[in-house]
Design a protein around this ligand. Structure first.
Ligand SMILES: C[S@@+](CC[C@H](N)C(=O)[O-])C[C@H]1O[C@@H](n2cnc3c(N)ncnc32)[C@H](O)[C@@H]1O
Ligand code: SF4
Ligand code: SF4
Length: 356
């Protein structure tokens, strides 16, 4: 039985922000219940993955949600699974940072898109506070976690609004990685779970150039850079992918050793997948049954675009897998098209539709 590297649970749908690119903004029916901890317990007991990731919505939205998170992490601890959260860090003050660290939190992926207060407001749309106040609070809260021994990934979700800031964000992350704090920078490329998201994408050549500058900086820097869901595939941008110990490319692991579970119990190949295309529900069957029987997953693993046939990166150590094949399936209903071409066209079409 192959072991999951990551099982990601959405503990609740509710959020305290309204980010302009949020993958979960898919006109889903509102669901106000929380993922039952019995489901977390049963799944972790059966699968014992390397990591469990907890997220929302926003898992730190209230004291009640943070208490719930502590109980969920206790389950991770019980089965020897490492705990991670994905968070906007808005409600993690020094006291809560201590409680979460003591509760077994090992890694926090903190959304950190910009150093510009106005841009923070534009991208993240917090209901309260000025951009400047929110940015200061975000910085302070993220550092509290790092000061309590949690590894903090300051992660920018890359859009055309913040692509020019990536190097400055690396410099910032490096500047605060002092006093034994374990801090890395993350760059999460935008995943177009719904069509409007293509309008927020930078142009592909602009993205390529920005990532070349960013990776060059990280090669000479003190902290690692972790890049997820890059649409600039290896065959098109080989120079970008020259191996370096400071650069971690997280290639697509949909259908492979990572899985996402919504608060409803619905299982998805990825949190950024089209949320109407679930592969099962944990209220009805075990994760293993769903995983082994899923026809969508079988097709995702076996249908190969012509361009990728025989490529060393397909199932090699990098496992590129035609990043991002969620985009392909949503627009073609199959996995046999080349994601890069579709993504380039969708970005250009969206840019052409924008008023001058
Ligand atoms: C879905 S959020 C949930 C956790 C938390 N609310 C937060 O924003 O950090 C997890 C991460 O996904 C990123 N994200 C959201 N929508 C995305 C999209 N369409 N493409 C790529 N990343 C996205 C967020 O910026 C965040 O870093
Ligand atoms: S904070 Fe996270 S879950 Fe909430 S709207 Fe933003 S990206 Fe989505
Ligand atoms: S798997 Fe496909 S998209 Fe990825 S590098 Fe190989 S040919 Fe390119």
């Amino acid at each position: 039985m192959s072991r999951f590297r990551v099982i990601e649970f959405q503990l609740l749908q509710a959020c305290n922000a309204s980010c302009m690119y949020c993958a979960y903004n898919q006109n889903l029916p509102k669901f106000n219940k929380w993922l039952p901890l019995e489901i977390v317990e049963k799944t972790l007991a059966e699968e014992k993955p390397e990591w469990v990731w907890f997220e929302g919505g926003e898992v730190t939205i209230s004291d009640k949600s943070k208490e719930y998170l502590l109980r969920a992490m206790e389950i991770g601890n019980k089965y020897g699974v490492k705990n991670r959260i994905n968070t906007n860090c808005r409600n993690i003050d020094p006291q809560w940072a201590g409680r979460l660290a003591d509760g077994g939190l090992q890694f926090a992926c903190v959304s950190f898109d910009t150093l510009d207060p106005e841009r923070l407001e534009l991208l993240r749309g917090f209901a309260e506070g000025t951009g400047a106040e929110n940015l200061e609070q975000l910085k302070a809260n993220a550092l509290c976690l790092a000061d309590r021994g949690v590894t903090v990934d300051l992660e920018a979700t890359v859009t055309r609004h913040n692509i020019h800031e990536l190097e400055a964000l690396y410099d910032y992350a490096e500047s605060v990685a002092t006093n034994g704090r374990n801090i890395i920078m993350g760059a999460q490329c935008l995943v177009a779970t719904y069509d409007e998201a293509f309008g927020l994408y930078p142009k592909m050549d602009e993205m390529n150039e920005a990532f070349i500058r960013l990776t060059e900086k990280a090669k000479n820097g003190r902290i690692p850079l972790r890049i997820c869901c890059s649409p600039m595939v290896r065959c098109k941008s080989p120079a970008l992918y020259e191996p370096h110990p400071n650069i971690i490319w997280v290639e697509c692991s949909c259908g492979f050793d990572y899985v996402h579970v919504n608060a409803t119990g619905d299982v998805l190949l990825c949190g950024f997948w089209d949320h109407t295309r679930t592969i099962g529900n944990l209220n009805d069957a075990s994760l293993r049954e769903i995983w082994e029987k899923s026809e969508l997953r079988r097709r995702a693993m076996t249908e190969i675009p012509e361009n990728c046939e025989g490529c060393q990166h397909w199932e090699g150590p990098d496992r590129c897998h035609n990043t991002c094949f969620s985009i392909v399936h949503r627009s073609t209903g199959s996995f046999t098209s080349f994601a890069y071409d579709l993504t380039c066209k969708a970005i250009t079409d969206a840019a052409n539709r924008r008023p001058l």
